[in-house]
Write a protein that binds this ligand. Sequence first.
Ligand SMILES: [Zn+2]
Length: 112
Amino acid sequence: MYCKKCGAEMAEDFKFCPKCGAGINMQDVSVPNHLVLAILTTLFCCIPFGIVSLVYASRVDLLLSCNRVDDAKIASAKARNWAFVGIVSMLILMALYSIIVMFSGVCALNNC
Ligand SMILES: [Zn+2]
């Protein structure tokens, strides 16, 4: 294959161009960092899960800049999973809360 930056020929398994030093994977692979999702989870859902998600989300770009694409993908998946856990736990809490409010409202009406 050929370097996208300078056009020099290089081996398939090279991660960096031997001539100009351009990273190969950095341009080709985009790994979502789920940073927005992590921030939203922290702000509106569950802070502990949101922070875990934020930590992994912030690692994605760092790992990508080191050309560690596989590690970045793992961090990306973890960021998404923890944000998801935060959102789901928030939904469960909201459901429980509305059930409690509903029952206590019924109870108030019936004077029990
Ligand atoms: Zn090059």
